[in-house]
Design a protein around this ligand. Sequence first.
Ligand code: PGA
Length: 228
Amino acid sequence: MSKLILANFKSNKSIIDTNLWFEKFLKNIDDSVLSKLDVSVAPSFVALVSAEKVLEKIGKNVSLSIQNISSFPAGSYTGAISGQNLSGLKIKYAVVGHSERRKYFGEKSSDVALKVTQSLQNGIMPILCVDTEYLEEQFGLIDKKELEKCIVAYEPISAIGTGKNADVGKVKGVVEKVKRLAGNVPIIYGGSVDEFNINEYLMVTDGALVGTASLDADQFQRLLEAVS
Ligand code: PGA
């Protein structure tokens, strides 16, 4: 598997700013950089349609992802975005259970388990975010066969958006633990990843989730170019 680098824009950027980001990034990034990696970008839901048009126009090897998915199927769930709402769009990955969803929206491990099911049922690969305190509880609530189809993202809360990226030795230990508990699933790291530290994490994981360092197209390009 190529190393996965996923840009997570969170609630940043208007539709226009998202389009501008895609135009700039896709025009400037070299195909030779993209061909070695699996690069995906998760803008806000409302920017997905226009971002896909820019991607189709410029035609580069970059996919779209989502930052969340409803725990329910299509139906009477006001305000939720179901897998069916997204059909027709080419979405590769769904970030599920991000710690910001837990912190600000009260998401529980049981909700996240339902999101894994919804992602898979809609042909979207779940990127299951965990921190060490609830890793075992979270894995225990997911059907074993579904867990084996996830990519696990180890995201220590203390490292997210703080500039305090985790110790690589610690990440390596968690990778081993995840493999023991969940089987041989791909594991990525997230938390203050930037162009200067990315290679350390790629030595011990299958990729990275990048928040802050993805918001500027040039900075994200430099991060990808730094991957050795
Ligand atoms: P950060 O965000 O790169 O800004 O730390 C990462 C994440 O939340 O996935």
